[in-house]
Design a protein. Sequence first.
Length: 188
Amino acid sequence: MSEHNIAGKKVAFLLTHGVEQVELTSPWNAVKEAGGEPTLVAPSSGKIQGFNGVEKGDTFDVDLTLAEANASDFHALVIPGGVVNADHLRVNKDAQAFARSFFEQHKPVAAICHGPWLLIDAGVVKGRNLTSYHTLATDLRNAGANWSDEKVVVDQGFVTSRKPDDLPAFNDKVLEEIAEGEHAGQTA
């Protein structure tokens, strides 16, 4: 059981096909074990295809579409990685707006691996301290972020990590930030 109790806190997980499966399931399970209520939000209804690297993994049921979801109904947002997942989300205007609204409402946001790609297009990384999968470093720096190669970076409720190996540290900080609640410095 987690040392962070987030009982009753609703956490949106934003993803689409091509999500790196463990980057969804590990934080999802951590949220559930800490008493939180995870919800899978995606651009369309049905099932989402997960991947383990380049191999197909499991499918996951969508709880809410982006058209149905409202950031004000959630306490936090988690954006798993996966190259295909992130590449599709980053050009989706509804996904950009949904993610940006968490920053505007000062709520915790967590993104791992390729997940921060969406946040470049959402316009929320300028001046923020973060990490990601190393191949995104130039994109994030060009968008004005302060990128560093660390296991986990926390900046005013904004949690980022690099890869699946970082999940234990990522999950712990995600739960900590959700338990703390809104952060005045978490802005778009």
